[in-house]
Design a protein around this ligand. Structure first.
Ligand SMILES: NC(=O)c1ccc[n+]([C@@H]2O[C@H](COP(=O)([O-])OP(=O)(O)OC[C@H]3O[C@@H](n4cnc5c(N)ncnc54)[C@H](OP(=O)(O)O)[C@@H]3O)[C@@H](O)[C@H]2O)c1
Length: 315
C-alpha cells in the first residue's frame, strides 16, 4: 500500500519457478508490485517462490481455477514454457495450450488485464524445431484475441544467475575455448536476465503503447556476437575455436532422442535442438521496444560475465 492507501498493482506470473521467472519475481517485488505466482500444484519447485509472493495453485488447463487466480490482477506475465521435449506434444502444454486457456479466460472477463508473453527469438523460424514451432503457435494464439491487450517479447539466448544453458558455454569461453556448433562466422544475440526483467517492468509502465506488438530484445551489441567476439567480451585473450562436426551433433541428437523415448525423460539435445544450434545466426535488436518504452539494456556480455564469474582476466 502506498501513502495514499492504494494497493500496489498485482501481477499474475506464470513460470515463476523457472530460471527467468525467479528473477522476475524478485524484480517485480523489488519494484513495488505485488506478485501472484500461478504454479502447478505438482510443481517440484515451489520452494523457489520468494517470500512476499502469493502462490495460486493452478493447472493452466483448469479454466475455473485460472479465473479465480486472476481476481484483482492488473497484468499477466506469461513466462511458463517448455524448453525441452521429445515431440510437439511435450512443448505444447506450456507454450501453446496454457496460453489458449489463459486467453479464453481473459476474454471472458469484463475488463481483462493486459498480458505479456515471454516468447522467443526462435518463434521467428518455426520450421527449425518443435520448440520454435510451439513458440510461434503460442504467439498466434494471442494474435487471435484482438480484444486482449497483449504484447509479445522475443528474447534471444538469456543468461544470468540460475541459468544452466549459457553458463558452461561462457565458462569455457573464459578459458579460451569455443565449441562452435554452427558454421564459421556464426552469430548470436544475447540478453542478460536482469535486462529482461527490466523490460517487463518497462512494459508494465508503458501502458497501452505496446498493445498488439511483437518485440525482439537484445543486449544492444549490434549484430550479435561471433565466437571470438564473445570470448573477447568475457575476458579471454585468445580463443581456440573447436568446430563440433554437424554429423556428430546430429548423431548425438538422434541417440539422445531415442534414449529419451526408451527411458521416458524430456531431452534437451534432439535433432530439432541441433538444427537450432547450427543456424548461421540468431540475431535481433531492441530498437522498436526501446522506442516504445524507453527501456535500454545495461548489462553487456563483459559485465554479465563479470557478475557470473568475478573480475575479468587481463586481455
Ligand atoms: N532461457 C532462455 O534462454 C530463454 C530464451 C528465450 C525465451 N525463453 C522463454 O522464457 C520462458 C521461461 O524460460 P526459462 O529458461 O525460465 O525456463 P525454465 O527454467 O525451464 O522454467 C520453465 C517454467 O515454466 C513452468 N512450466 C513448464 N511447463 C508448465 C506447464 N505445463 N504448466 C505450468 N507451468 C509450466 C515451470 O514450472 P515448474 O517449476 O512447475 O516446472 C517453470 O516455472 C520460456 O517460455 C522460454 O521459451 C527462454
Amino acid at each position: 500500500m502506498d501513502e495514499t492507501g492504494a494497493q500496489a498493482p498485482l501481477i499474475a506470473l506464470t513460470g515463476a519457478t523457472g530460471f527467468i521467472g525467479q528473477q522476475l519475481q524478485q524484480r517485480l517485488l523489488a519494484d513495488g508490485y505485488r506478485v501472484r505466482a500461478l504454479v502447478r500444484p505438482d510443481s517440484p519447485n515451489l520452494d523457489r517462490l520468494q517470500p512476499g509472493c502469493q502462490a495460486a495453485s493452478v493447472y493452466l488447463n483448469d479454466r475455473d481455477a485460472l479465473r479465480d487466480a486472476l481476481t484483482d490482477v492488473s497484468a499477466v506475465v506469461y513466462c511458463a514454457g517448455s524448453v525441452r521435449g521429445r515431440g510437439p506434444e511435450d512443448f505444447a502444454a506450456a507454450n501453446v495450450d496454457g496460453l489458449r486457456h489463459l486467453a479464453a479466460v481473459l476474454s471472458s472477463l469484463s475488463a481483462p488485464p493486459a498480458v505479456l508473453l515471454i516468447s522467443s527469438l526462435a518463434a521467428s523460424r518455426p520450421e527449425v524445431s518443435n520448440y520454435a514451432a510451439s513458440k510461434a503457435a503460442g504467439e498466434r494464439v494471442l494474435g487471435e484475441h484482438e480484444n486482449l491487450a497483449w504484447t509479445i517479447l522475443r528474447p534471444p539466448a538469456v543468461y544470468g544467475p540460475g541459468d544452466k544453458e549459457m553458463r558452461p558455454i561462457l565458462a569455457w569461453l573464459r578459458r579460451g575455448i569455443a565449441f562452435v556448433p554452427g558454421p564459421p562466422g556464426q552469430r548470436i544475440s544475447l540478453l542478460h536476465v536482469e535486462d529482461l526483467t527490466a523490460a517487463v517492468v518497462a512494459w508494465l509502465r508503458a501502458g497501452t503503447a505496446c498493445r498488439h506488438q511483437v518485440y525482439s530484445l537484445d543486449d544492444g551489441h549490434p549484430g550479435g556476437y561471433d565466437w571470438p567476439g564473445m570470448a573477447w567480451a568475457v575476458g579471454a585473450g585468445r580463443v581456440r575455436q573447436l568446430r563440433v562436426p554437424a554429423m556428430l551433433l546430429r548423431l548425438a541428437g538422434s541417440v539422445n532422442w531415442g534414449l529419451s523415448r526408451l527411458l521416458g525423460y524430456a531431452p534437451m539435445l534432439t535433432p530439432g535442438k541441433v538444427r537450432e544450434l547450427t543456424q548461421e545466426s540468431w540475431v535481433c535488436d531492441n530498437e522498436a521496444f526501446t522506442r516504445a518504452t524507453g527501456w535500454t539494456p545495461v548489462v553487456d556480455l563483459g559485465e554479465g560475465a563479470r557478475r557470473m564469474f568475478g573480475a575479468k582476466r587481463e586481455r
